[in-house]
Design a protein around this ligand. Structure first.
Ligand code: SF4
Length: 758
């Protein structure tokens, strides 16, 4: 195990002044304590039963479990289950919420709950409705639900919409889009619109594919990983095992992140209990703490350094790419002064990164929402792809581009056609054959445009398959108002969330309790971010006397009532094996799903992993794009209505999850690893505090362009000066984010705010 600091390019990351509460390593013993607490608690037996069930992990899209068992990944490696997974299961095995609870708690009371309190109420266990003018949710019969839902979806196609999260199965996703497209609606908003849509868009433009082109097996061949804008130490913990192994075999890791995330410096992994868990393993060889939003410029700097040292693969570019000359010329012509001023990283550090890349044999470029959630998110993705191509790190084993996705089946939803964006030609043609007509050409609503349209009274009916549309959107005030203009909203969920209490429809808000991934009466499948499809076995719910429904059953019945037997016998599809047959016939690369019931053979989707420099683009070449310099000037304090006398500072706020949170679901109040004791904190650099005359633990107001949060506690931490961090979804109330025009994703990672003394 490489514990030798001399192997690291820096002794420490540049802005490493963390607070005293933050630990010296990520992961480590707290992970084991958490496991122990939960697995030997009264819920322990249920938890173990679920962990051992043959179904995929509910949480992140790195993916584990399935037919190989709960602790095994696609390469057969054992001990592959993290704390995040336990957090997710623990929430799902809670008791059902009693009817009496909703009879007693008015909607006003429910709206006072925090995200964590809402989640801890337990499992939804009966269908309920909040009718216009009523103060309480009440139980509703299934016949009335179908009556309201059917009437709602008989409106004109442009006025109905869906929203979904990656919690559900491929089968439910396929049904949802088929039902909507059979109506003639492309309004298939999805949570990925808010996170990795720039990856999907950018990769399609460059490589003709929308997902990672690297398999887990291939990652094991890499000797360098460049990890940008991803806090994998919490959000994809098992990726850390891969990074530890890479360092162990002498490889190097470049981390690019404005915040020093302690787990990306040193991580103690329970998968290596002796050598890693307590001492921690070195992760970053080089940590670049750039100005938020400047990633494309930093990567242009890396390209420039590669050019200047004669380390670009010109023959490779000539043979396998197009547009490369302009990209090379762009990097050559931008001055080092411009690059370093915009990204805030020194020329020496950038050159060190380029040297690591050029000295490595096989480099994988991974990223997450720190790259995509910017106004120039697509350019950020292009700049990574350009760097990978210029250094010849595409189209062979051990190298490539690897967006690291969020929710466990978020990628599967895209593959099944749940998107408002243009779908792949093969899928479109197959769906058109099935429908016997062309798909609607009316542009569908993505998540942001759905909220905008609802705000303009253009949406009548909305079905939400999981997720928290209200909580995930910026400008919570607008989201609430917009959802309030929709006549009928139907939420399908396993547990309550704030969306069910704040995202209320004008007439009828219906909450339908559904079975989760390990409880369904039929098998289902999910797709990991590494393009691996897992099969989930049937299961049973622990809830007694509950009135739950499989999502597939609800969708097939609703579709049957709307469409009859067009274009399929919907009721037959209640048995999910028939959906898998349809998927095999319609979704390119998914052919093997047609026989998975018999073979139980989980598989990597055909055509996704690219290990030769031939790309599924029209001419077989990768396309390179010049990226523009982003405008990253922060507004003056006057833009926030503040006078010169007000003690405060304008910073670029990064909105992020805590180390105890999955998307909008909060599991614990405290963020141990950043030393943030509660949710209403702002993490700032000491230099900024001194500049503004503010002090640690002082209570301040944080103001954005749509509102403010008061009584926010300042915590000093290892974030670069000029940037700060707060937690979403709570902070979403203060800003109305700019969006990347090509992908529709809001700039959650660079929100100008004014922080001032109360
Ligand atoms: S890394 Fe992701 S998929 Fe693996 S166990 Fe953890 S949450 Fe589940």
């Amino acid at each position: 195990m490489s514990q030798d600091k001399s192997q690291n390019v820096q002794q420490f990351p540049p802005f490493n002044d963390k607070n005293e509460e933050a630990p010296d390593i990520g992961g480590g013993l707290p992970v084991i304590e958490y496991w122990a607490k939960h697995t030997i608690s009264p819920e322990g037996p249920k938890l173990w039963k679920t962990l051992l069930h043959h179904s995929a992990c509910l949480s992140c899209s790195w993916g584990t479990g399935g037919q190989k068992g709960g602790f095994t990944n696609e390469d057969g490696e054992k001990l592959q289950r993290c704390m995040k997974s336990v957090e997710a299961i623990s929430a799902e095995i809670k008791p059902g919420i009693k009817q009496q609870f909703f009879e007693q708690q008015s909607i006003t009371e429910l709206q006072k709950l925090t995200s964590m309190e809402a989640d801890r109420l337990g499992r939804l266990s009966f269908p309920m409705i909040l009718r216009a003018g009523k103060s309480h949710y009440e139980r509703i019969s299934w016949s009335e639900i179908y009556q309201i839902a059917e009437a709602g979806f008989r409106k004109t196609p442009e006025r109905v919409a869906s929203y979904s999260s990656g919690r559900s199965s491929n089968e439910a996703a396929f049904l949802l889009q088929l039902m909507m497209r059979s109506l003639g609606s492309n309004n298939l908003a999805d949570c990925s619109d808010l996170c990795h849509a720039p990856s999907t868009y950018g990769l399609q433009q460059m490589f003709g594919t929308k997902t990672s082109i690297v398999s887990l097996e291939s990652l094991n061949e890499a000797d360098c990983v460049v990890l940008s804008g991803a806090n994998s130490a919490y959000n994809h913990p098992r990726l850390m095992n891969e990074l530890i192994k890479l360092r162990e075999r002498g490889g190097k890791i470049i981390v690019i992140n404005p915040i020093m995330e302690i787990g990306l410096v040193k991580f103690g992994s329970p998968a290596f209990p002796i050598k890693s868990l307590i001492p921690g393993s070195d992760i970053a060889s080089l940590y670049l703490q750039l100005i938020p939003g400047s990633d494309s410029v930093l990567f242009t700097g890396i390209q420039k350094a590669l050019i200047e040292t004669g380390n670009i693969k010109t023959e490779f570019l000539q043979a396998y790419t197009e547009g490369w000359e302009a990209v090379v010329e762009n990097a050559r012509s931008i001055s080092w002064e411009t690059i370093t001023e915009i990204c805030g990283v020194s020329q020496a550090e950038i050159e060190a990164a380029a040297a690591i890349i050029s000295n490595a044999s096989c480099v994988v470029f991974g990223w997450a929402m720190g790259i995509t959630q910017h106004q120039n998110g697509v350019d950020n993705v292009y700049s990574i792809g350009n760097t990978a191509l210029m250094s010849g790190n595409i189209g062979r084993e051990g190298a490539g581009v690897m967006p690291v996705r969020g929710h466990s089946n978020v990628q599967g939803f895209g593959s099944m056609g749940v998107t408002s964006q243009k779908i792949k030609k093969g899928l479109q043609e197959a769906l058109e054959r099935l429908l016997g007509r062309s798909l609607s050409t009316v542009k569908g609503y993505d998540t942001r445009s759905l909220i905008e349209a609802a705000d303009e009274h253009k949406v009548d009916t909305l079905i939400c398959l999981g997720g928290n549309l209200y909580g995930a959107n910026p400008d919570s005030t607008q989201a609430k108002r917009a959802l309030g203009n929709i006549e009928t909203i139907i939420y399908l969920a396993t547990k309550p969330n704030l969306g069910h209490f704040h995202g209320l429809a004008k007439q009828n808000t219906i909450v339908i309790p559904v079975l989760n991934r390990f409880e369904n009466p039929h098998k289902t499948t999910v797709e990991s971010g590494n393009n691996f499809v897992r099969l989930n076995d049937e299961g049973k719910t622990h809830l007694k006397n509950a009135d739950l429904i499989p999502e597939v059953e609800f969708l097939t019945e609703l579709a049957h009532r709307i469409h009859g037997e067009y274009p399929v016998d919907w009721r037959q599809l209640r048995d999910t094996k028939f959906i898998r047959k349809l998927i095999a016939q319609t979704v390119p690369g998914y052919e093997k799903i047609g026989t998975i019931d018999e073979t139980k053979e989980e598989f990597t989707i055909g055509g996704r992993i690219i290990n030769t420099p031939h790309f599924p683009t029209e001419n077989g070449k990768a396309k390179m794009f010049v990226t523009l310099l982003p405008q990253l000037t922060l507004p003056d304090r006057k833009a926030f209505g503040a006078s010169e006398q007000t003690q405060g500072i304008v910073v670029a706020l990064i909105t992020a999850r805590s180390y105890a949170q999955h998307n909008t679901v909060v599991y614990q109040i405290e963020d141990k690893y950043r030393g943030m004791p509660h949710r209403n904190c702002i993490l700032m650099n000491r230099i900024d505090l001194e500049k503004a005359g503010l002090k640690e633990h002082q209570r301040v107001t944080v103001k954005g362009n749509a509102g403010k949060l008061e009584n926010v506690e300042i915590i000093h931490g290892a974030v670069r000066p000029g940037a700060a961090l707060m937690f979403y979804p709570e902070v979403n109330v203060i800003f109305n984010a700019q969006v990347d025009k090509r992908a529709g994703t809001p700039a959650y990672k660079r929100v100008p705010v004014f922080v001032y003394a109360n």
